[in-house]
Write a protein that binds this ligand. Structure first.
Ligand code: BJW
Ligand code: ZN
Length: 255
């Protein structure tokens, strides 16, 4: 991760600008991506990766084509990620967002398929890319309860059968080429267009339609604050960029 000097005058100026933007009335909307979970130990998609991530391009596995080509491999990978996430905990940034909801209206719109915002106590979380834990039949979409994931990564695992048809359990996430679930997507669009201020944290801003949400907020008149230690695909829609890790800057910003 890029190291930043959070004591520099430039960073302090940016933090002051962001704090003033937060003083505007109206709901605070947080748009989070994989970088939000990074300091909890969940690997992102597009940063340099370690371990199992080195063997796979995660975005190659996040497709219906990958599922059709090698279901047992994709299922094993998602089960391993479930295990990984259940062994992590929310960090100070998740907690700061949850605490902010005690004194103002806060809605979280997340691309993340983990449950770290909920476990930190955020009351309103819209999962626009679904959830790792909401397994359903790949054929008839019936929800399917599955056993806990194996504690060690395995190369292949057969997904359980559906009880209603000859389909199999699949993860409840949104793969490339699939439509986003209607209710969270509509809630996300409503939230950003009604926002008083928007904080975008830990996303490369490359995946659509989620990457269009900061622009919608800016068009509707909300100041957009970006927290990301690295560069992103977001541009003019961002009013102030705080180049620091979420766990470090969110507690300072929202305190
Ligand atoms: C830190 C940090 C720290 C590090 N603190 N920050 C319009 C234009 C072009 C293409 C399209 C378009 N509309 C649709 C498309 C196609 C496609 C798309 O966008 N492709 C692009 C890649 C070009 N979109 C879709 O297919 C979407 N569906 C759709 O549009 O349906 C309509 C349709 C149907 C049929 C045909 C056409 C259209 C669906 C997208 C689904 C994305 N799914 C995934 C996998 C989810 C399941 C899983 O988890 O396995 O979602 S892909 C992956 O990327 C995942 C993420 O949610 C998503 C975004 O990634 P994110 O969160 O931004 O993470 P990273 O890794 O990219 O970035 C991390 C960032 O954190 C970095 O910037 C770091 O610097 C930063 N960071 N540490 C703060 N400590
Ligand atoms: Zn079924």
């Amino acid at each position: 991760m890029t190291s930043v000097d959070t004591d520099s005058p430039q960073f302090r100026d940016a933090l002051d600008t962001a704090r003033r933007a937060l003083q505007r009335g109206g709901p605070l909307v947080v748009l989070s991506g994989a970088g939000m979970s990074a300091e909890s130990g969940v690997p992102t998609f597009r940063d340099a990766q370690t371990g199992l991530w080195e063997r796979y391009d995660p975005t190659d596995l996040a497709t219906p084509e990958a599922w059709r080509a090698d279901r047992d491999m994709v299922w094993a990978w998602y089960r391993w990620r479930e295990h990984l996430i259940t062994s992590t905990t929310p960090h100070a940034g998740h907690v700061a967002i949850a605490r902010a909801a005690a004194h103002r209206e806060v809605e979280v719109v997340t691309q993340n398929v983990d449950d770290l915002h909920e476990r930190a106590g955020s009351p309103v979380v819209h999962h626009v890319h679904g959830s790792l834990f909401a397994h359903r039949c790949d054929t008839c979409a019936t929800p399917i309860e599955v056993s806990p994931p194996p504690p060690e990564p395995v190369d292949r695992l057969e997904p359980p059968h559906c009880t209603r048809c000859d389909g199999r359990a699949r993860p409840g996430v949104v793969w490339f080429g699939e439509t986003l679930p209607r209710a969270p997507w509509e809630a996300a669009v409503r939230a950003v267009t009604a926002a008083g201020v928007v904080v975008v944290v830990g996303t490369s801003g490359l995946v659509y339609p989620a990457a269009s949400l900061p622009g919608l907020a800016a068009q509707a008149g909300a100041p957009v604050i970006e927290i990301n230690p690295g560069p992103s695909g977001l541009g003019d829609e961002v009013d102030v960029h705080l180049p620091a890790p979420a766990g470090q800057v969110l507690p300072a910003l929202l305190a």
